[in-house]
Design a protein. Structure first.
Length: 148
């Protein structure tokens, strides 16, 4: 293998961008600890049933995140953008993407992928990396980005 073939392989490896967000992140652990504390407070103070229902339900949600560890994210390679590649992958050919619309709101960011056939795909916010990184990766691949 000569140096030009080696560089071509490295270029293809560098062309892949992955963003992963595990379910067992710090915020989930902290939320679980807070819920455990609140359940202990409810037990000690003989809390009414509706407190148990609300705090218990929330604790079940945190327990599910810790046990299942759902990984979200995306993967961009030289030909495709794959949403949720570690759960239910949705592959989109880069050539089929007309533009990507990033809508900044106060609490979250919505991303809509507009395809060349007129279809629009709304993405799960947990799959999208910080918008500045996502925008940079899309621009590297000559995909127009519209911000609102």
């Amino acid at each position: 293998m000569d140096m030009s073939q080696f560089r071509a392989i490295l270029d293809r490896v560098d062309d892949v961008y992955e963003f992963r967000l595990p379910g067992r992140r710090l915020s989930v652990w902290m939320g679980s600890a807070v819920m455990a504390f609140l359940l202990i407070v409810a037990l000690v103070n003989s809390a009414p049933w509706y407190i148990w229902a609300i705090w218990g339900g929330t604790s079940v949600g945190f327990a599910w995140l810790l046990l299942r560890n759902p990984v979200s994210g995306l993967r961009i390679d030289g030909k495709t953008l794959t949403l949720s590649p570690w759960r239910k992958p949705v592959e989109i050919a880069l050539s089929e993407i007309d533009h990507v619309e990033i809508i900044d709101w106060s609490e979250s960011t919505d991303v809509v992928i507009h395809l060349t056939d007129g279809e629009r795909l709304t993405t799960f916010s947990g799959d999208i990396p910080p918008t500045s990184l996502f925008e940079m990766e899309l621009k590297k691949r000559d995909i127009p980005v519209h911000r609102h």
